[in-house]
Design a protein. Structure first.
Length: 245
């Protein structure tokens, strides 16, 4: 892992930069983790599911994926199958969509009551890229991306936002498939090979690598540097401030 900007590939040799949101630009991953843990702990207790939910489940089955895909993935890990349902399902319904909506209620409540601030290092890097005239975009599996960006006061910085809502509308496969980062590069009007991508989830790193992004920067917020490198990251940092001289 490197924290010296002189040891890192030069972002300014690329034509655009794509950022994951949760855990890269904002610490919303903490809010997501709390919301998932609360919801699945209650659900598994009510259903008498074993083993109980752990933090490892978040990184293995939920982190970086679209909400419903994450729910289905985690339930399959416990040999549980429920109907997929519909995104309009009420949070009380025991469908994949209902369970995902149940988690989203917890997340939204915390976000609106406590707000969110960008990581200082991420804000500093965005400022540097803005001064350089570098096109930037957000690629996030979350359907809450627009609300999080607005709450953090940085929505206007990104002309391109490919999030869970866009993925659902356009039929884009969830990370780790290439679809979302490929769409982000198209939104910037760039060949993915000319784009640098920042991701903190192994599924997101796999997505950026599969899309052919010219530089994939893993941001280790807990997934582990070795895991990010194995997933396709060219370099791993612990904070985006590593890129700000």
């Amino acid at each position: 892992m490197s924290s010296d900007p002189t040891d890192l590939p030069d972002l300014l040799t690329f034509d655009g930069v794509l950022f994951d949101l949760d855990g890269v630009l904002t610490p919303t991953a903490d809010v997501h983790m709390h919301a998932w843990q609360t919801m699945f702990t209650e659900l598994f207790t009510a259903w008498d599911v074993s083993p109980p939910y752990t933090e490892r489940d978040y990184f293995e089955y939920l982190d970086g994926k679209k909400r419903y895909d994450g729910v289905a993935s985690l339930l399959r890990s416990r040999d549980i199958e429920v109907p997929w349902g519909d995104p309009s399902d009420a949070p009380a319904e025991d469908t994949v969509c209902g369970i995902g909506n149940r988690k989203n209620e917890v997340f939204t409540r915390v976000l609106r009551s406590e707000g969110i601030q960008p990581y200082p290092g991420s804000l500093a890097l965005l400022d540097m890229l803005q001064r350089a005239g570098m096109p930037v975009g957000v690629v996030s599996s979350s359907k809450n991306a627009e609300e999080v960006l607005r709450a953090a006061g940085i929505r206007e910085r990104f002309p391109v936002v490919v999030d869970g809502a866009v993925a659902e509308r356009d039929g884009l496969a969830s990370k780790p498939a290439a679809d979302m980062f490929a769409a982000g590069a198209r939104g910037l009007g760039l060949d993915p090979a000319r784009v640098a991508a920042f991701e903190d989830a192994h599924s997101g790193v796999q997505s950026a690598a599969a899309a052919g992004c010219g530089l994939v920067v893993g941001v280790d917020r807990g997934a582990g540097a070795d895991t990010l490198i194995a997933s396709g990251a060219h370099v791993v940092i612990d904070d985006l401030s590593a890129y700000v001289a």
